[in-house]
Ligand binder design. Sequence first.
Ligand code: ADP
Ligand code: MG
Length: 401
Amino acid sequence: MSKKTIPNLDVAGKRVLIRVDFNVPIKDGVIGDDRRIRAALPTIRSVVERGGRAILLSHLGRPEGAGYEAGFSLKPVAERLSELLGKPVGFPDTDCVSEASAAAVKAMGDGEALLLENLRFHAEEKKGDGAFAAKLAGFGDVYVNDAFGTSHRPDASMVALPKAMQGKPRVSGMLVDKEMRYLSKTLANPARPFVVVLGGAKVSDKIGVIENLMPKSDATLIGGAMAYTFVEALGKRVGDSRVERDKVVVAKKLIDEAARLDHDMHVASDHVCSTQMSATSGDIEVFEDHIKDGFIGLDIGPKTQSEFTKVIRSAKTIVWNGPMGVFEMLPFRVGTKVVAKAIADATDKGATSVVGGGDSAAAIEAFELSDRVTHVSTGGGASLEMLAGKKFESVELLDEA
Ligand code: ADP
Ligand code: MG
């Protein structure tokens, strides 16, 4: 079932509470990456351009939850948003539910936008508190969930707030709608071959994704640090590579399951290794199959790169989550770059490609390939949970289309 989205709702003259995810990196008052702010613009514009009053709610970081902390203020975000929107964005107070905030909301005119201060200055936000949500609910006639990156969390503004607004319109924003379309609907009925590319730090983060997608897809490619748990499960020596010992049994089970389903699973088979995880490490060697003691696997090797490229190039649907190596360090970047390039090439030839995960998104951005894939998710944990087939209460309780 699809959820009703904001463009399909009349908002003129209405107070529209929009829960966004403006949890952006800020250092000394300067915003590092404003992708999440830009991603919320279509929804905000859809409201203000049609004469709605956009009241924006967000969290930022992990403050104590005992009141205002300057280091976690959303003020720099209000300023950046104002630049991006090309109009003033109100930022009334240090407390999102104070008298001053309430007065500012009341004084809004049609087509105006306002951002309330960090929701997490109140511990009630993380606790999913109903009384706190009821105060926020009093500010709006309409609720919009456009906070994709937070939609897997049962926080007050995500669940208790829309519940408190029952009877009023509760819809999804355009970002949430887009993320759902690519991370859930496309994959429910994928064009084939459907290839899942997984890497990154931890197997434990990705087991749910493999379990959910393996029966739906044709091939799974496994690289990154998580590959070494699978390499170990295959009975090969991994040297000093990162292995999650308590997940070797699960990895073995997934390998056997792939064989049973006649699923084309590829675990990285050669590895760029070094004796230390360092950008200036001199002793870099490539090992096939077994890794020598004292060496750490830090990237997929050339043989694996061409094997993965070949499978990706034949795909019509691709999901990628997790870098193939320590892409932050120049000597171990190649595998991730080759895979990203193959995904972009396949997309040029008509495949649908979806990239999930914060580090994978950062990698594809660094390679300047973001524009050559179909969708780069703004959610880290949320995109993983969605790829694992989980349902989010914050989305479930929105109005049906
Ligand atoms: P995402 O954020 O895209 O979901 P993860 O957080 O799971 O990805 O993993 C990203 C991290 O995994 C990166 O910081 C990268 O350096 C690290 N990584 C990838 N391959 C290896 C490896 N072989 N050894 C150690 N770390 C690795
Ligand atoms: Mg990550």
